[in-house]
Ligand binder design. Structure first.
Ligand code: 6PG
Length: 468
């Protein structure tokens, strides 16, 4: 019987696109889906001469894959992952590898790794970024699990991944849930940058009344600068889409209630647990939440008024200030996410290599950007770098652009435009570069009302004072 190199459970958009990508790269692949129509259509979709087989039967599916088997689940996170594992388990054997390719919550992955390890089956959590197109033509992939078992997966993943300078955007990241964790933080950064872009848009459109055409052109132009990135690029494309029914720009017809599947929230929640400050990502999660309170905002818009002031800046000057400020804030978002990964790696013993993380984010994923190569080089210069802001080259750029972000925030304040991401970016920078923060006062207050004690700057030890 013919044996297949790789199997995928769940032939939705991501599953079928990844399988077809593997088939394009000359791997024999098998798919499982309970929906017979999906299974059938996959075989039809495959090009002539490609080894693609699909079935609705778990037992048959498992028997098709060569040993040790490599099977990826592309089903919604949560219970469906556990049921998919449950349906395969009776037919799996020792040494087989199950990979969860969804956006699973990382503690779930740790639990599954432990459960399957009892049966000597390897479980991988792998973040996959790049959406539909990425899956079909080259995603960025973030696998975590057993390092030896990864060798069975490596040739396939390296073949199908996006490439930057010929190098694949996939690498073994670390043990346990390392892959899901890195993807979670990737999404947190994604939230931060998307929020930042929306603030640029808001200040230009609502604050300064700049035309939609000019705003669209600005993003298209920015993509030819050091801001070049997937999210800036698609913003230029999205702003240029016209609604067929009304003939207006489609974005103007879209409701402002932003939804979220939860990965950004998890990033913030876990950052709080680890005491890893990521204020811009936190602000991005909060602003999506704010967007939900439409009826209250309609009410507040009538009562809580502010008459915009300022405006003594030309359109061209404003756009230039914004461009520089955007660069500044964007760097701080990556800095926060990467610092969180550094802390998480120590806490959870992932053994992450941040240079490799920056490397596989350069292509294929949603947060790909030319600046990722600068970050990679910063980690080459110093693999122990706790925060990329401490790299001389990156830090130097921020120092030179801080006037721009301070200007942008002042302009936004005068216009009454909420720029929470810009503000938190600058506050983070100003706090990070403060040798002495005002938290000594907080320590004094805590000691006053709760006898929580404090440390002194001039002596060793723990102190408590009777303040009254
Ligand atoms: C990716 C995306 C992908 C998904 C987000 C959307 O890397 O390809 O991040 O995973 O589109 O999870 O997240 P929200 O629905 O929370 O915005």
């Amino acid at each position: 019987m013919k044996s297949y190199d790789f199997g995928i459970v769940g032939l939705g958009v991501m599953g079928r696109n990844l399988l077809l990508n593997m088939a394009d790269n000359n791997f024999a692949v098998a798919g499982l889906d309970l929906d017979a129509a999906k299974a059938e259509s996959l075989e039809k979709e495959a090009a002539e001469g490609q080894d693609v087989k699909a079935t609705t039967q778990a037992q048959e599916f498992v028997s098709l894959i060569r040993k040790p088997r490599a099977i990826m689940l592309l089903v919604p996170a949560g219970k469906p992952v556990d049921s998919a594992i449950g349906s395969l388990l009776p037919f799996l054997e020792e040494g087989d590898i199950v990979i969860d390719g969804g956006n699973s919550y990382f503690p779930d992955t740790d639990r599954r790794v432990a459960e399957l390890a009892e049966k000597n089956i390897h479980f991988f959590g792998m973040g996959i970024s790049g959406g539909e197109k990425g899956a079909r033509f080259g995603p960025s992939m973030m696998p975590g699990g057993d390092q030896n078992a990864y060798e069975r997966l490596r040739p396939i993943f390296e073949a199908i991944a996006a490439k930057v300078n010929g190098e694949p955007c996939v690498t073994y990241l670390g043990s346990g849930s390392a892959g899901n964790y890195v993807k979670m933080v990737h999404n947190g950064i994604e939230y931060g940058i998307m929020q930042l872009i929306s603030e640029v848009y808001d200040l230009m459109k609502r604050g300064y009344g700049i035309s939609d055409e000019k705003i669209q052109q600005t993003f298209a132009d920015w993509n030819q600068t050091e801001l070049q990135s997937f999210l800036i690029e698609i913003t230029g494309i999205v702003l240029n889409k016209f609604d067929e029914e009304t003939g207006e720009r489609l974005v103007n017809k879209i409701s402002d209630w932003a939804k979220a599947k939860g990965t950004g929230k998890w990033t913030s929640q876990n950052a709080m647990d680890l005491q890893a400050p990521i204020p811009v990502i936190d602000a991005a999660v909060t602003m999506r939440d704010m967007s939900k309170y439409k009826p209250e905002r309609i009410e507040a818009a009538k009562e809580l008024t502010w008459t915009a002031t300022g405006g003594e800046i030309s359109e061209e000057q404003l756009i230039e200030e914004l461009r520089q400020a955007f660069y500044f804030a964007m760097i701080t978002i990556y800095a926060q996410g990467l610092a969180q990964l550094t802390i998480a790696s120590k806490t959870y013993n992932y053994g992450l290599n941040l240079e490799q993380v920056a490397k596989i984010w350069r292509g294929g994923c949603i947060i790909r950007a030319v600046v990722l190569e600068d970050f990679r080089q910063a980690y080459v210069r110093n693999p122990e770098l706790p925060n990329i802001l401490l790299d001389n080259e990156i830090g130097g750029k921020l120092v030179s652009k801080q006037t721009n972000i301070r200007t942008v925030i002042k302009l936004a304040v005068d216009k009454g435009i909420p720029v929470a991401a810009f503000m938190n970016s600058l506050a983070y920078f100003d706090a990070y570069r403060s040798e002495r923060l005002a938290t000594n006062l907080i320590q004094a207050q805590r000691d006053y009302f709760g006898a929580h004690t404090y440390e002194r700057t001039d002596r060793e030890g723990t102190f408590h004072t009777h303040w009254d």
